[in-house]
Design a protein around this ligand. Structure first.
Ligand code: N01
Length: 531
């Protein structure tokens, strides 16, 4: 019989959300454990070890703010930290705050059931069963990989890799013919690095992406010290930004459609040369006004044309869709990579991949032979990992049933019919449109405060009301509908997964959201039923 462990709180996941949940809940006196399917901490940064993996948010911002000693002590080495450095940071945090012993590794949640009578969750895993009053799902927004059902996939005789499940050992592509499917953020980072090693690299592109140069570089120690000397002020300024991310370019109210050609060119050039997402803050109307959006898109297309030698390849790499509507990419020499003779671009926008064969890929009757295939095909974002846990709430209602029409949460934190279950950066919260670590801290602190208040008031259960969730989903979508975001096939909408209901999942705007969460708590958790 499976052993049963009892906890006040069970956390699922030991990425940044799970680690911080463990820390604050233990400090608040709860008996808490995390289960983690990986063999180590780090979540996203544990799994995504593909060549070139790097954070698109600057390292001095993409880090915890809760402990000043930690943020003063830790030395980042580059403007954007690479995956190995971020993983080391997660490991350091786990060790520094004695969290590792609170984690059961190699433990995968197979199902979770709420017992309304006992007012507790039963969480079944591949090893132990846990009973816990509360469950915190810190399962990540981009953790359930998407591997399309390519016919013949299992026949391929070479090695296959998914960017989101990269092996821990170094993969050596030297001398190999490598095929890569996908041109999203992961591919845009991996392609230049794999190309530097492989004998031949063939990129299968269904939709081209806009990418802005990252201009990554070693961090200047004086810049790092300057930030550290004002960390508190900078962190709180970041929390007041829509995305929770500071840029050297302050926000402005200027409209791209009204700028003269000379003004427009000068401003865009300055931001292009600096690199990073500050590019998209050049004008306030980029994601709301189609004409302004097209002006910026055309500016980027001009750069693609000047970077890529072959005009036909440059044309294929040039997107025609709305810019910044899909999650934008940052790159290091992505477009330039296609100037190398051993790098080939295959357009599959009109003719999908027909089959994976024992020796390669077949497209439109043409055969491509490979030693290795890389799937950079993304994730079942925001809902995949939660639905993968087979969760059943009150009245036998499954999460799959509750979300048949798309994810339905209150504040991205809680789901009606699933009492005492919290989601960290869940659908309906700003999450992926922000600096994730900042969003995680806000969520986890809110949950901690809620659990402490419940303990103090001797409240056993908390459950989002159906009405509150309905109006929250309406609110999230009403805000998205004021923008161009819903106009393209992005994973924000679930449009990358065949059959997934199209609902815009993240909420735009961090500061108003955080304020709303505070108000809800101050108003005795309005929108929740407390029992
Ligand atoms: O995944 P994606 P990703 N046949 O979904 C293609 C974060 N991230 O792993 O666009 C052929 O963006 C698909 O084509 P299309 C970041 O938030 C962060 O790259 O659907 N192709 C697309 O080109 C990012 O947005 C960082 O037509 C198929 C690609 O696969 C998110 O993770 C780094 C296909 C998938 O792109 C996801 O990025 C990396 C099919 N059947 C990622 N199915 C940093 O911060 C899919 N594709 C550094």
């Amino acid at each position: 019989m499976t052993a049963v462990e009892t906890r006040d709180v069970l956390v699922v996941g030991a990425g940044f959300g799970g680690l911080y949940s463990l820390y604050v809940l233990r400090e608040a006196g709860f008996h808490v454990t995390a289960v983690e399917r990986g063999s180590g901490v780090g979540g996203t940064w544990y799994w995504n070890r593909y060549p070139g993996a790097r954070c698109d948010v600057e390292s001095l911002q993409y880090s915890y703010s809760f402990d000043d000693d930690l943020q003063q002590d830790w030395e980042w080495t580059e403007r954007y930290a690479g995956q190995p450095e971020i993983l080391k940071y997660a490991q350091h945090v786990s060790t520094r705050f004695d969290l590792t012993d609170l984690i059961d590794f190699n433990t995968n949640v197979e199902s979770m059931n709420y017992d309304a009578e006992q007012q507790q969750w039963t969480v079944s895993t591949n090893s132990l069963t846990y009973k816990a009053k509360f469950v915190i799902a810190a399962t990540g927004c981009l953790s359930s990989t998407n591997l399309p059902d390519f016919p013949g996939l299992e026949q391929f005789e070479g090695d296959t890799y998914h960017t989101g499940r990269w092996p821990h050992e170094k993969v050596d592509f030297a001398g190999q013919r490598v095929g890569i499917i996908g041109t999203g953020s992961s591919a845009v980072q991996a392609i230049p690095v794999i190309a530097a090693e492989a004998a031949e690299l063939t990129v299968f592109q269904r939709t081209p992406n806009y990418s802005i140069p990252a201009h990554n570089k070693p961090l200047d120690p004086s810049e790092q010290n300057e930030v550290k000397s004002r960390y508190e002020e900078l962190r709180s300024a970041a929390r007041a930004e829509r995305s929770g991310i500071l840029s050297i370019f302050p926000p402005n109210e200027d409209l791209a459609r009204e700028a003269s050609d000379a003004e427009f060119e000068a401003r865009m050039n300055e931001r292009w040369d600096y690199g990073g997402f500050g590019f998209y803050r050049s004008y306030i109307d980029i994601v709301v006004d189609p004409q302004s959006n097209e002006r910026v898109a055309e500016y980027v297309r001009g750069h693609i044309a000047s970077k890529v030698d072959d005009p036909a390849t440059a044309a294929l790499l040039s997107p025609s869709n709305t810019i910044a509507c899909k999650r934008p990419c940052l790159d290091t020499e992505y477009y330039e990579t296609f100037n190398s003779e051993h790098v080939h671009l295959v357009d599959i926008s009109e003719t999908e991949i027909q089959a994976i064969t024992p020796t390669g890929v077949s497209v439109n009757g043409q055969e491509f032979e490979f030693d290795a295939l890389v799937f950079a095909t993304g994730f079942d974002a925001m809902t995949g990992a939660l639905l993968g846990m087979n969760i059943t709430g009150v009245d036998g209602c499954t999460l799959a049933e509750a979300w048949a029409e798309g994810p339905r949460t209150y504040l991205g934190l809680s789901v009606p019919k699933f009492p005492n279950l919290f989601t960290v950066t869940g659908p309906g919260s700003p999450s992926v449109l922000t600096n994730m670590i900042m969003a995680i801290e806000q969520h986890v602190e809110w949950i901690r405060d809620c659990l402490v208040a419940m303990r103090d008031e001797q409240i056993a259960t908390i459950e989002a009301s159906s009405d509150a969730a309905d109006s929250w989903v309406e609110h999230v979508n009403a805000i998205a509908d004021q923008t161009l975001y819903p106009s393209c096939n992005s994973w924000y909408l679930g449009a990358n997964i065949p059959g997934k209901t199209r609902v815009f999942m993240p909420l735009i705007g961090f500061p108003a959201y955080a304020e709303r969460c505070e108000q809800v708590a101050a108003n005795n958790y309005e929108g929740f039923a407390l029992a």
